[in-house]
Design a protein around this ligand. Structure first.
Ligand SMILES: [Zn+2]
Length: 73
């Protein structure tokens, strides 16, 4: 398998990682806002945890791809 200068798969993974990170930040803001307003955080805590798990999973997938494929960008 030839290693290309720019890996299309990696670019896609990069987009997914960026989305997961911004989603995590958004959930974090919602969580803090709910806490500040002394509202229930039960649902947002679950959403925040799910966002964290997703972020970790996509970062891992990105790492795994880089290791297996040897692409750098
Ligand atoms: Zn690659």
């Amino acid at each position: 398998m030839p290693i290309e200068e720019r890996c299309a798969e990696r670019a896609k993974l990069g987009d997914v990682v960026a989305q997961a990170v911004s989603n995590l930040y958004a959930r974090n803001r919602e969580y803090k806002a709910a806490k500040d307003r002394k509202e229930s955080t039960t649902e947002i805590t679950l959403a925040l945890q799910a966002a964290r798990d997703l972020e970790r999973a996509v970062v891992r997938a990105d790492d795994d791809h880089t290791k297996k494929h040897g692409c750098k960008s």
